[in-house]
Design a binder for this molecule. Structure first.
Ligand SMILES: [Zn+2]
Length: 198
């Protein structure tokens, strides 16, 4: 609980495992929840594992119909665990507000997406996010080719420099909440280790 503003304690994500309303038959190969969580079926999980991509993890999702009846379809959340570092200030992303009580930060939006990726902050993962944009999944060209070759539906790829185009005009500010909402304990320890420059 934040003594300054109770809304700060609100988590940016749903609890896990995800329990969501789903369709009985998938509409696309890759499905997306309203919170931009990616859902995939067992065939895609096997294919991604066989390709040995790094920076992803899979957790089973429980699907329910609108009448709250469980749907017995095997679905997994594709969770990104790779780290692409913190957006450099040259990208336009800077701390706009910081709560003096809980440290929750709000960031300004992107003005130059060409400057978003700093290779020194990247852990080398094939799938990763750049802080403070945990909802934007960034992948290497190898991953993009993998998806395009297999023609999976429900996914689109854009180059990073196009992030500032009108398509993404909603990138005015970012309120990503706490890192702990997005990464598990082991990953947080690793990120702290990296942040100390070790
Ligand atoms: Zn606060």
């Amino acid at each position: 609980m934040c003594p300054g503003d109770p809304s700060h304690a609100k988590r940016q994500r749903w609890g896990r495992p995800l329990q969501i309303l789903g369709s009985i038959v998938p509409i696309t190969d890759i499905e997306c929840t309203v919170f931009n969580d990616l859902l995939v079926g067992p065939e895609i999980v096997s294919a991604l594992k066989a390709a040995h991509f790094s920076g992803i993890d899979f957790t089973p999702v429980e699907l329910f119909s609108t009448t709250e009846i469980p749907i017995s379809r095997e679905v997994y959340e594709l969770k990104v665990t790779g780290w692409g570092g913190q957006a450099p200030p040259e990208s336009g992303i800077k701390v706009k507000e910081e709560c003096p009580y809980c440290g929750r930060q709000v960031f300004t939006g992107i003005t130059n997406s060409r400057m978003l990726f700093d290779i020194d902050g990247w852990d080398g993962s094939d799938f990763f996010i750049i802080w403070p944009m945990p909802k934007y999944i960034i992948v290497t060209a190898k991953v993009r080719d993998f998806f395009l070759e297999r023609a999976y539906s429900g996914v689109a790829f854009h180059t990073l420099d196009k992030l500032c185009s009108s398509r993404f005009h909603n990138l005015q500010t970012f309120s990503p909440g706490n890192l702990a909402d997005w990464f598990d304990r082991n990953k947080l320890a690793e990120l702290n280790f990296r942040a100390r420059g070790n």
